[in-house]
Design a protein. Structure first.
Length: 236
């Protein structure tokens, strides 16, 4: 089986609200953009990495750390409610116009700073079988947060199980494991996007990332945790 040609995409819109200016910030002495780029290029499975941003400041930083910035993303694809699909289709249009269309695209969100080259290398290996549409990084949800333990309040004010089959589970050991997407990697074939108009397709394979190897930067508290993690790593 031939290995698919993979191009990496770092989406980094300006104007973050959760953590202001996060796509320009650094952890462990390196900008988030550089951490994502280095993990991709060290993985051995990503051929090129392209930065898609609407911000000239972010673009300048991207070029400084060695990332390709062939365009500035138009404002229409950089709104708070812009879906990732629109950003991807804009990138693919550029790739087709330049005559370099890969087999697959790997989305590398800068907000997953614990991503390592090994994660991406494994994702690339998982995509090799032709029947695989995509590979998505996930981490296991702590069992007490699993959907089968969740409850809801009905319009009448009664408390009931969130999932219909939860009532039938009597033992903790019978609760199925649940996973959340962690942002480490989204890898998909272009044919998947074309066929399904999403990046998952019918055969999406999980890359299960241990909880101590993943962190998503959404809030100031997340950033503080990331700083602690990087400080511990630097002191070893």
């Amino acid at each position: 089986m031939a290995k698919p040609r993979i191009i990496g995409l770092i989406p980094a819109r300006g104007g973050s609200k959760g953590i202001p200016g996060k796509n320009l910030r650094s952890l462990g002495g390196k900008p988030l953009l550089q951490l994502a780029h280095e993990a991709a290029m060290n993985s051995g499975v990503v051929e090129r990495v392209i930065l898609s941003t609407d911000s000239e400041e972010i673009a300048t930083l991207g070029r400084k750390v060695g990332i390709e910035v062939p365009f500035l993303r138009p404002a229409e694809f950089a709104q708070d409610d812009t879906p990732m699909i629109a950003v991807l289709k804009h990138l693919i249009e550029h790739l087709r116009a330049s005559g370099d269309v890969p087999d697959a695209i790997m989305i590398l969100q800068p907000t997953a700073p614990l991503r390592r080259a090994e994660h991406l290398r494994k994702a690339g290996e998982l995509l090799v079988p032709e029947e695989v549409d995509s590979v998505v990084g996930v981490t296991e949800i702590p069992q007490h947060y699993a959907p089968h333990y969740a409850m809801k309040v009905t319009p009448e004010g009664r408390l009931t199980h969130y999932l219909p089959d939860s009532a039938s589970i009597k033992r903790r050991q019978d609760v199925p494991k649940a996973y959340s997407r962690d942002g480490t990697v989204y890898l998909f074939r272009l044919s998947t996007l074309e066929k399904y108009n999403d990046i998952y397709g019918a055969n999406c394979i999980p890359l299960v990332v241990p909880s101590d190897e993943t962190l998503n930067l959404d809030t100031p508290e997340d950033w503080e945790q990331a700083e602690r993690v990087f400080a511990r790593t630097a002191s070893r």
